[in-house]
Write a protein that binds this ligand. Structure first.
Ligand code: IPM
Ligand code: MG
Length: 365
């Protein structure tokens, strides 16, 4: 396999965690004799400072010219007073739009080793394996009109969807559900919003093409509660952009830490891969960041852009093994720290690399 990856490490902890993800990918490529071509470009706050824009043209060009794009994180406190279209986040939204991926897959998998890190009881979260499919290019994030009229003291955003935009992401979600536990939960606010009524009607139309997938609808407020009460009830959860943003952070309570969650955005010209966590400026540069979300994001690159399912699974198995052996980053050792070996970002990356190597070279393979 030959894969050209553009790496945009971005801001805050982005560079530290991305470095570990890339190193794991390089290890896997070397063992399997695959060719990885890596290029690095700026995005977000670092691009604002150095290039005067959160998404420089050459970053976009390189992204469009690659097989997969890996992003670390964007954002920083020093940009908080800027309007939305000038902020680091604007660079991310622009590249999402330009790459065209509309289906953002956010798996929330509860490693049993991390149950102690969740405020939820182990019997609630053990066995949770949810795949959030978040629509990524519509809704409030991109809907027009949007503005802040300072004189009037009024501002507005628009939650807008076309039938086609809903249908295409629903197709992907149903297709994934069909290969999993065959249950799809669509989340909306159809008791109040027309946009959600269109969403629900369209999901039902698409559902007719997938008779073996069981479909249910939930209002987003109720879903926020059910996710904490009975997360095991869910398989694929399909939802619009903002609801998916909120529910996927909520799912970090189940998985034990936001630092564990990977994502892959598919359906466009080039797939975009990003851990769900943000730039965490408070811990940046201190070696305290958890690289496992980024490393698991690397596994998704191999699965969805490289066609290397066994290698992707080997990375996931290695993460589990490292956790089984009691290794943790600080975010994963909030309770019972004395029972664990707490590692720095780079040490955790090295552990996973070592374990992946063992996994891939094991005679049983
Ligand atoms: C995420 C993030 C982004 C989003 C921000 C950084 C723009 O919160 O990927 O979940 O809201 O989509
Ligand atoms: Mg978010």
């Amino acid at each position: 396999m030959n894969l050209k990856i553009l790496v945009m490490a971005g801001d805050g902890i982005g560079p530290e965690v991305t470095k570990e993800a890339v190193a794991v990918l390089q290890e896997v490529a070397e063992i399997g004799g695959h060719k990885l071509t890596l290029e690095a470009k700026r995005i977000g706050g670092v691009a604002i400072v150095q290039d005067g824009t959160p998404l420089p043209d050459d970053t976009l060009k390189a992204a469009l010219d690659s097989d997969a794009v890996l992003l670390g994180a964007v954002g920083g406190n020093e940009f908080n007073s800027l309007p939305p279209d000038k902020r680091p986040e604007a660079g991310l939204l622009k590249i999402r739009a330009e790459l065209g991926g509309f289906a953002n897959l956010r798996p929330a998998f509860a490693f049993k080793e991390l149950a102690v890190n969740s405020p939820l009881r182990p019997e609630i979260i053990n066995g949770v394996d949810i795949l959030f499919v978040r629509e990524l290019l519509g809704g409030l994030y991109f809907g027009q009109p949007r503005a802040w009229d300072r004189e009037k003291g009024e501002s507005w955003n628009t939650m807008r969807y076309t039938r086609d935009e809903v249908a295409r992401v629903a197709h992907i979600a149903f297709g994934l559900a069909k290969r999993r536990r065959k249950k799809l939960t669509s989340v909306d606010k159809a008791n109040v919003l027309e946009v959600s009524q269109l969403w629900r009607a369209t999901v039902n139309e698409v559902a007719a093409e997938f008779p073996d997938v069981m479909v249910e609808h939930q209002y987003v407020d109720a879903m926020a509660m059910h996710l904490m009460n009975q997360p095991r009830n869910y398989d694929v959860v399909l939802t619009e952009n903002l609801f998916g943003d909120i529910l996927s952070d909520e799912s970090a309570v189940i998985t034990g830490s936001l630092g564990m969650l990977p994502s892959a955005t598919i359906g466009g010209k080039v797939n975009l891969y990003e851990p769900v966590h943000g730039s965490a400026p408070d811990i940046a540069g201190k070696g305290l960041a958890n690289p496992l979300g980024a490393i698991l994001t690397g596994a998704l690159i191999l699965r969805h852009s490289g066609g290397l399912e066994a290698e992707a699974a080997a990375i996931e198995a290695s993460v589990r093994k490292v956790l089984e052996q009691g290794f943790r980053t600080p975010d994963l050792a909030r309770s019972n720290p004395q029972g664990f070996t707490v590692l720095k970002t780079a040490e955790m990356g090295a552990k996973v690399r070592e374990t992946v190597k063992e996994q891939l070279l094991a005679p049983s393979r």
